[in-house]
Design a protein around this ligand. Structure first.
Ligand SMILES: NC(=O)c1ccc[n+]([C@@H]2O[C@H](COP(=O)([O-])OP(=O)(O)OC[C@H]3O[C@@H](n4cnc5c(N)ncnc54)[C@H](O)[C@@H]3O)[C@@H](O)[C@H]2O)c1
Length: 360
């Protein structure tokens, strides 16, 4: 195996230039960095900022792979609707993936990627971050050890400061020092044909993936949902009820209408037949109460955001053959199924949607 990883970043907008490219530059086990963006200006601006050779900029993955046969992996950080074609092109080129959320917009697309990766013996790591936090990892450890028993009910709630993005005003979301290089466009998170949805695909994707990560074997079967767009073209407020294949029931809700300064919540509260565990990725809070009376509590604090961790884990996959902690086949696919079914249900004024029908 190579000593250093050669990685392409596909989509060099806000998140890639804020999180992934800096993490690659800092990583001692990353060698060549290739930038791919359909907008050559975005790739060039990122190259200039991070002192990557301009000759390493391309507009398609195929061109990049043809010029650099040593490429091993691609980080897909395009706008949401482009995830599927970009990820497919990268898998076709024989590259392992670090794939940003949501995996795809449609379950059929996610399943096609899972099948293609399996057929080519390639790995897909989803770009989720919250499960790396110590309190979430602790919850996972306790649940895997059977402390709360069989999961019967999950209450998931996420509230965040995303309304301006969903309205198409990324300039109001800009950090004090400005975007690192290129910020999101007005369409990135507000235009359905680009974003593929609103708060669901942007934020609930984190929440639902955390739920599936913490509940091994659980997968949605039937979903009913209501959504409110407020003044946006995409959903801002979501309320979903879910029946799982295990018989467990879940509620999944979210609001994007918080104001700056409010840390919000990304809270998964799992109830089993032996006790319950609550974890919140934004505040770091952890609470466990078992039926035998045992309790543990980590109060709210500022756990930070592990933005660079996905790149580090991806490098281990490429160089050491590590197994993805959040594989596309579970955290990616199951989350897309839930979100697509919820969007379909909301369009039918809350009529239940079967996951199986997404594939009919
Ligand atoms: N994990 C997190 O905390 C986090 C935070 C922010 C964004 N994200 C995710 O990162 C991804 C990118 O979001 P963003 O805000 O950087 O968007 P952005 O609009 O700023 O950048 C996307 C870039 O992708 C390029 N692009 C679009 N289609 C392409 C294609 N087919 N091939 C090559 N390039 C293409 C665009 O030209 C643009 O430069 C999204 O999936 C988003 O949900 C994750």
């Amino acid at each position: 195996m190579a000593d250093k990883a050669s990685i392409a970043v596909v989509g060099t907008g806000w998140w890639a230039t804020t999180a992934h490219i800096p993490a690659l530059i800092e990583h001692p086990r990353v060698g060549k960095i290739i930038l791919v963006d359909q907008n050559p200006e975005a790739a060039r601006a990122a190259a200039v900022k991070y002192e990557i050779p301009l000759a390493h900029c391309y507009t398609t993955i195929s061109e990049a792979k043809a010029a650099h046969p040593d490429l091993q992996g691609a980080i897909i950080a395009t706008t949401h609707h482009a995830h599927y074609p970009a990820a497919k092109e990268a898998l076709d080129a024989g590259l392992h993936l670090l794939l940003e959320k949501p995996m795809t917009i449609y379950a059929r697309e996610a399943k096609a990627l899972v099948d293609l990766a399996a057929a080519r013996d390639l790995k897909i790591l989803m770009g989720y971050t919250f499960p790396y936090l110590p309190t979430v990892a602790q919850a996972k450890h306790y649940i895997d050890d059977g402390l709360i028993g069989e999961i019967e009910y999950v209450a998931c709630s996420m509230s965040s400061v995303t309304y301006d993005l969903l309205l198409g005003h990324p300039e109001r979301f800009e950090p004090a020092g400005g975007y690192a290089v290129t910020g999101p466009t007005r369409e990135t998170y507000s235009e359905p044909r680009v974003a593929g949805g609103g708060q669901g695909v942007l934020q609930i994707t984190h929440l639902a993936a955390m739920m599936f990560h913490l509940s091994p074997g659980m997968r949605a079967e039937t979903v009913t949902a209501f959504m409110n767009n407020l003044k946006a073209k995409v959903d801002v407020i979501d309320a979903m009820a879910v029946k799982m294949n295990t018989g467990a029931l879940a509620t999944v809700g979210s609001s994007g209408n918080l104001r700056p300064g409010d840390p919000g919540s990304v809270e998964v509260h799992l109830h089993g037949n032996r006790g319950r565990i609550l974890v919140d990725g934004f505040t770091g809070e952890f609470f466990m109460h078992l039926h035998d009376g045992r309790q543990e509590h980590v109060p709210r604090h500022s756990p930070g955001y592990p933005a660079a961790t996905p790149v580090d884990k991806f490098v281990s996959i490429l160089l050491d053959g590590a197994i993805p902690l959040f594989p596309g086949a579970v955290d990616g696919l199951f989350t897309v199924e839930l979100l697509e079914a919820a969007a379909r249900s909301a369009a039918l004024n809350g009529m239940p949607v079967q996951i199986a029908d997404l594939y009919a």
